[in-house]
Design a protein around this ligand. Structure first.
Ligand SMILES: [Zn+2]
Length: 117
């Protein structure tokens, strides 16, 4: 009897490990915004990109809101201050005091990734 209990416990632990591993895989397949933890579309190329809501709050180090866009339809990267439209010649930005990096996304558009978390 005590022997059977030991085996049952051992199998239970192995099963638990297996489930934990599967859960680990599931976690890998989902992705969260590093700023607000909201679920975002998983993207292996940009594992730390921020969601649209957070991206819209991107600001310079002195707290001025920024707009990022492509130069034209073929891509490129341009950043401007939202208030004056003046060019912002950096890729660095801050969202909720987290340092981020904005750049042209590989397949068009702009991607902002958290770097300082
Ligand atoms: Zn977010």
């Amino acid at each position: 009897m005590p022997m059977q209990q030991t085996i049952a416990r051992f199998v239970g632990a192995a099963e638990w490990q297996r489930l934990k591993w599967r859960k680990g895989r599931r976690v890998m397949q989902s992705q969260q915004c590093p700023i607000c933890s909201k679920d975002v579309q998983p993207n292996a190329r940009y594992p730390r990109y921020v969601c649209d809501a957070c991206a819209s709050r991107a600001a310079s180090s002195d707290g001025r809101l920024l707009d990022f866009s492509n130069v034209d339809i073929s891509g490129g990267f341009v950043a401007r201050y939202s208030d004056t439209g003046e060019l912002y010649l950096h890729h660095e930005c801050f969202i909720d005091a987290v340092k981020c990096h904005a750049d042209e996304a590989r397949f068009g558009g702009i991607v902002i990734e958290a770097v300082g978390l």
